[in-house]
Design a protein around this ligand. Structure first.
Ligand SMILES: *[C@@H]1O[C@H](CO)[C@@H](O)[C@H](O)[C@H]1NC(C)=O
Ligand SMILES: *[C@@H]1O[C@H](CO)[C@@H](O)[C@H](O)[C@H]1NC(C)=O
Ligand SMILES: *[C@@H]1O[C@H](CO)[C@@H](O)[C@H](O)[C@H]1NC(C)=O
Ligand SMILES: *[C@@H]1O[C@H](CO)[C@@H](O)[C@H](O)[C@H]1NC(C)=O
Ligand SMILES: *[C@@H]1O[C@H](CO)[C@@H](O)[C@H](O)[C@H]1NC(C)=O
Ligand SMILES: *[C@@H]1O[C@H](CO)[C@@H](O)[C@H](O)[C@H]1NC(C)=O
Ligand SMILES: [Cu+2]
Length: 626
């Protein structure tokens, strides 16, 4: 990890006094400042004065998939989504903000609470649809509030509001983001923290540490570049921790206004205390390697799954993944350290790697112990971690606290091949089993399925896999493209049975207690073009206990835009007995009215499409009013 010009210029500063006020870099967010509050062990629940809402439930004795603590409260939020201008790294650009904040407001609740978010679409100049997805929430009782336009709802039309109401059904660290085209690349993302039983003791909950690759262009333009014929991948310009970093203004393109030393994130540590950091890769494309100078980290959870603690000096996070770590602050009270997150440019695309010296792939933040001068420049050196594969930690390392055995005989096994190449008209697209996904914002697959309208098989681009009433589902995914993909399934934590390169030999790692999570990296192929012998693979399995229509897709925004996406229909008989609330249907009515009144341009698959790589163009539908 060679230092970049940007990092060197930060190291050369005499003090870390930000040149811009927080309002200019991050709007109404206080994340990344020393005033950001630590999180409560649990959020005050007046009707439960004497204890945790989850009572005697522990990580080890409680099946989180069938248990919900009693006494939960409804936590109401109102989110207004609108355009704004901010300069997170000193480069001033147009963004999309929730309540004027980047990162968007942190949602903090207890396990068993009900989260109710009224989302109002105030995007103008130009107008756009929107929809928010609550990553990793099972939505077992509310599959219509998962937030994917064309799958569970229609987009929230400009000027309209839509209220999502769902149970905080698992506990730990996650995030929410727009699932409409590449909107989250423009800033529509925030942390979602659900307090629950702890599997490792700690003293201070430092809260979310959002890691995001960052672009200086607007997402619409990035999507256009991604979707162009013969497109080159789009490249991130910077890497942020909690929405902040500096930039070398001599590298600015497009004549954007740039202020040097805008200000980086700062964190408080207390000597002798154990700190919980909730790492979230909320970026568009980049694989992150997270380290803290002079400190090891104890991993306690991956995604929403508490694991037997293990110690590491580097945490790898693909897009969408979270890792909760405990950091013991054993140094003197006046010390300060660098926190670092590196875009691994062997696995990801960043301007610094591909067109030096533009861009910066290294994020820095300062950690101050209680007696440190809070403007001093740390002088610590980076933890070396060598060359790591573009893959998650070995499956033998990650052992969930609560075991959930994987059956050897799933009811259905579906093989899925990921390929990349020109479609019939010469545009580069991603395919899953030869089909590149493209959604249709005028419909909700969930609604069609619920009403027994299966006309969607006539439209192969909707990429629907109807698993009927099969009780358990195994997905064997082969990646014949030379880059890794963070594969995300909605509505489940899947068992990860195996991962590697070549053809799966049928072996399962820790079958009685496999790693589980909701995003898993599938490695790239070792050749391109590749055969299965060269492919990367993952084998995922889950029980069909959640009737719904659940997307399974790469979480790299640009790859989703280019069609790396399928929809799974699960437990269809039970699903058809459900009654979809009226407000969900109303999104389609409102969207129908809106899209009749404006010219809608559909340039990508229509779902979350963001990720720097921009390798792929195509498939969904992306709508915008000119
Ligand atoms: C960013 O640009 C907007 C719009 O031109 C302007 O209102 C705002 O003051 C600028 N902010 C900074 C920090 O330059
Ligand atoms: C981190 O852990 C490794 C392996 O246990 C150990 O060698 C090293 O000294 C530790 N570093 C710190 C800063 O504690
Ligand atoms: C995809 O297309 C290739 C080439 O036409 C074909 O050999 C392969 O069987 C197809 N795969 C699937 C899953 O349909
Ligand atoms: C079924 O859905 C299709 C869209 O896939 C729609 O065109 C058609 O009108 C629907 N049929 C009925 C009977 O609602
Ligand atoms: C299981 O899924 C397959 C499709 O993958 C389907 O053909 C079959 O009918 C399903 N079985 C049941 C019992 O629903
Ligand atoms: C190929 O992809 C482009 C870009 O999304 C799309 O406009 C075109 O319709 C696709 N061609 C075919 C034959 O699917
Ligand atoms: Cu991908």
């Amino acid at each position: 990890m060679p230092a970049s010009a940007v990092v060197n210029s930060i190291l050369a500063l005499s003090s870390l006094v930000p040149a811009l006020p927080q309002s200019a870099t991050n709007g109404n967010s206080n994340l990344g400042t020393l005033q950001a509050p630590t999180l409560s062990e649990f959020v005050a629940t007046p009707n439960l004065p004497d204890g945790f809402p989850w009572g005697a439930a522990t990580v080890a004795n409680t099946d989180p998939y069938t248990t919900t603590p009693g006494g939960g409260r409804t936590r109401n939020y109102q989110f207004n989504i609108a355009r704004g201008f901010i300069a997170p790294d000193g480069v001033n650009r147009s963004v999309l903000l929730v309540n004027g904040a980047f990162p968007a407001p942190t949602i903090e609740v207890n396990w068993g609470d009900t989260i109710s978010v009224k989302v109002c679409n105030q995007i103008t100049g130009p107008e756009e649809g929107t929809a928010l997805h609550w990553h990793g929430i099972l939505q077992t009782l509310t599959p219509w509030y998962d937030g994917v336009p064309s799958v569970q709802q229609c987009p929230i039309a400009p000027g309209k509001c839509f209220t999502y109401t769902f149970l905080a059904d698992l506990y730990g660290t996650t995030w929410y983001h727009s699932h409409y085209s590449a909107q989250y690349n423009a800033g529509l993302l925030g942390a979602l923290i659900i307090h629950g039983p702890k599997n490792v003791p700690y003293d201070i909950d430092v809260g979310p540490v959002l890691l995001t690759d960052w672009y200086h262009e607007e997402y619409f333009s990035l999507v256009q570049q991604t979707m162009a014929k013969g497109a080159a991948p789009v490249q991130s310009d910077n890497n942020l921790i909690n929405g902040k970093m500096n930039f070398d203004c001599s590298l600015v393109k497009n004549g954007q206004n740039c202020v040097p030393n805008a200000g980086i994130s700062k964190f408080n540590f207390q000597s002798g205390k154990a700190h919980r950091l909730r790492l979230i890769n909320a970026g568009s494309e980049a694989l992150q390697r997270f380290t803290i100078d002079g400190h090891n980290m104890t991993v306690m959870a991956n995604d929403f799954v508490p694991v037997k603690p293990y110690t590491t000096n580097v945490v790898t996070l693909g897009i969408g993944q979270r890792t909760d770590v405990i950091v013991q602050a054993n140094d003197s009270p006046d010390s300060s350290f660098w926190m670092r997150s590196d875009i691994d440019t062997a696995c990801s695309i960043n301007g610094a790697a591909n067109n030096p010296p533009t861009g910066n792939s290294h994020a820095l933040a300062a950690i101050y112990y209680e007696k440190a001068n809070k403007n001093q420049v740390p002088t610590t050196t980076a933890t070396p971690y060598g060359v790591l594969p573009c893959a998650n930690d070995d499956l033998t390392l990650t052992i969930p606290y609560f075991p959930f055995p994987a059956t050897s005989n799933p009811a259905v096994t579906q093989e899925i091949d990921i390929t990349f190449g020109p479609n019939g008209t010469g545009f580069n697209v991603f395919n899953m089993n030869n089909v590149s996904f493209r959604g249709n914002y005028d419909y909700s697959l969930l609604d069609l399925t619920n009403h027994g309208n299966f006309s969607y098989p006539d439209d192969p681009q909707w990429n629907v896999y109807n698993f009927g009433n099969n009780a358990s589902i195994r997905l064997v995914v082969y990646n014949l493209f030379p880059a890794s993909h963070p594969m995300h399934l909605h509505g489940h934590n899947f068992n990860v049975l195996a991962e590697g390169n070549g053809i799966w030999d049928g072996r399962i790692t820790h079958q009685q207690n496999t790693q589980r999570r909701d995003v898993q990296l599938v490695r790239g192929s070792t050749k391109f073009p590749a055969t299965k012998d060269d492919a990367g693979f993952i084998v995922l399995q889950y029980n069909a206990d959640n009737p719904g229509v659940w997307p399974f897709h790469c979480h790299i925004a640009w790859h989703v835009s280019a069609g790396l996406y399928i929809n799974t229909v699960e437990s269809i008989d039970l699903l058809q007995k459900r009654h979809i609330p009226q407000n969900v249907q109303q999104t389609c009515t409102d969207w129908g009215v809106y899209s009749q009144s404006v010219v809608v341009d559909q340039i990508d698959s229509g779902l979350k499409d963001r990720d720097v790589g921009g390798l792929m163009p195509e498939s969904a539908k992306w709508m915008r009013k000119y």
